[in-house]
Write a protein that binds this ligand. Structure first.
Ligand code: SF4
Length: 492
């Protein structure tokens, strides 16, 4: 008998990555490559919608971009315009319903949407809209945007979109595709990243690209032009590129955790190199929590740049004492009952020759529930470490995220109700040190208070109307559970 072992990683998961193309004959192929580069932002489902100028074509499925977008599938996504979406989901059987982009046929024409982020007043809006007769297909917050677009009196889509977005609160980096335009929007606080790029077409002309992260442009040899600004809507059509500021300016709340963990270190996020921030975090961690030890060992992959920084600052040698297996899929089919419970060993294995007899500084980017960190500490001790000093390149995570990062409930977050001393005991470590909040701000060069740090402070920049719903259901008001209200005939 076989059964699936879910990799309930003791980590955060980001919700989504988005990618869009305007004006390239191979738009769907480029979007596939863009999603491939953004795969770390979500591995459970992916989708692409393309336009040939008169129709929209959609394909989405469970799995990673590479498994889904085989050549035969891409061939059925014609046209010079496309948007794509990749997401992480915990929604089990309903997961395919959660896949994006979503596609609708409404009074503003055929429209496809891909959303990264989470709205905080969606539940309130849903109640109001249902009261006024709207029929919801799912409990998705993206669906709220769709209903608000359909109800707008504005004559064109960008006007209707602006109307809709001015009524919602929270986080959204949104791509919208119609037959002949691509619209990219970022919420007025700029929680989630979104960047604009340009690609020279060898046969002549230029295409516009939009992506969650710049690493997607690098793969395509495209040029990073700039960030989409918070509160900006960039509309790209045959008549050119137009920037509309659809909402009054609000204090910026860029997600600081993109720099700590989510984004790829080779990306530029919020105008700053992620690798630079992570190395700076490691250096500041070494200054704030020095300890006598023999080697600095990262928990790969995400702990690597901070461990490099710690090692450079402390002059203690950096060693890859833990090796990550990169070839484990989203689920693993266990061969038999007899060899169950591999736990973290499937993902990480210690290099005994490096660790035995050594005093180790173990650098990771965060502790969520604490269970995985505890297993890693035990693993390193079993490999012969004499001392294990855990160093974390962010402050204690005490509160969930409501802006598009899938975090456990407050009760499940070990730091919400335990002191670092208690956590250290739980981990079985010799010492534990977290980077401080001021050091975190310093590492991302946040001199103006432009970053959201709510998961470290428990203080949120928006009303959390949705909070009651999330907590009473024991579940998040999912940000992407929309199945299309009116199907468009060209799903391939
Ligand atoms: S609460 Fe944390 S994870 Fe969520 S947006 Fe703010 S900094 Fe990012």
């Amino acid at each position: 008998m076989t059964h699936k072992l879910a990799f309930a990683d003791d980590h955060f998961h980001d919700e989504c990555g988005v990618f869009g193309v305007f004006g390239h004959p191979e738009a769907a192929n480029l979007t596939y490559l863009g999603l491939y580069a953004l795969q770390h932002r979500g591995q459970e489902s992916a989708g692409i919608v393309s336009s040939d100028g008169s129709e929209l074509y959609l394909h989405r499925a469970m799995g990673e971009a590479e498994e889904i977008f085989v050549p035969g599938v891409l061939a059925k996504l014609p046209g010079p315009l496309a948007i794509g979406h990749t997401r992480y989901s915990t929604a089990g059987d309903k997961a395919l319903l959660n896949a994006q982009p979503i596609m609708i046929d409404c009074n503003k024409g055929k429209v496809a949407l891909g959303h990264n982020g989470n709205l905080t007043n969606a539940a309130e809006w849903r109640r109001k809209l249902e009261h006024r007769g709207s029929i919801f297909q799912t409990n998705s917050d993206t669906e709220v945007i769709v209903h608000l677009i359909a109800r707008s009196q504005a004559r064109n889509l960008s006007g209707a979109l602006g109307d809709a977005l001015n009524q919602v609160e929270g986080a959204y980096s949104l791509l919208v595709l119609t037959q002949d335009e691509l619209i990219a929007v970022r919420d007025p606080r700029g929680f989630r990243p979104l960047v604009l790029g340009r690609l020279t077409i060898p046969t002549g002309g230029e295409a516009w690209l939009v992506a969650s992260e710049t690493c997607a442009f690098d793969l395509l040899d495209a040029q990073y032009v700039r960030e989409i600004e918070p509160g900006e809507m960039v509309r790209i059509s045959r008549s050119g590129i137009e920037s509309i500021h659809f909402a009054p300016e609000k204090p910026r709340q860029q997600c600081i955790f993109e720099h700590v963990y989510f984004a790829r270190p080779d990306s530029i996020i919020f105008g700053r190199s992620v690798n630079e921030s992570r190395e700076a975090l490691g250096r500041l961690l070494a200054r704030e929590h020095p300890v006598e030890a023999d080697i600095v060992v990262p928990v790969p992959d995400s702990g690597v740049p901070a461990a490099v920084g710690y090692s450079l600052e402390s002059k203690i040698p950096f060693r890859m004492g833990l090796i990550r297996n990169h070839y484990i899929g989203r689920t693993f089919i266990e061969p038999s009952q007899a060899i169950r419970n591999f736990g973290v060993k499937l993902k990480l294995n210690p290099v005994r020759g490096l660790i035995e007899g050594q005093r180790i500084i173990l650098v990771d980017d965060s502790i969520v529930r604490g269970t995985t960190s505890r297993k890693i500490v035990r693993m390193v001790r079993e490999a012969g470490a004499r001392e294990v000093h855990v160093r974390i390149s962010c402050p204690p995570t005490i509160s969930p995220c409501y802006y598009g990062v899938d975090t456990p409930t407050r009760e499940e977050l070990i730091a919400s109700s335990n002191s670092p001393e208690d956590i250290c005991k739980f981990l079985g470590a010799d010492s534990l040190g977290y980077v401080s909040l001021p050091a975190l701000r310093q590492a991302v060069n946040d001199t103006k208070g432009n970053f959201c740090t709510s998961c470290y402070t428990g203080v949120y920049p928006t009303d959390l109307v949705q909070l009651e719903v999330r907590e009473s259901n024991g579940n998040a008001f999912d940000n992407t559970t929309l199945e299309k209200p009116v199907p468009v005939e060209h799903e391939v």
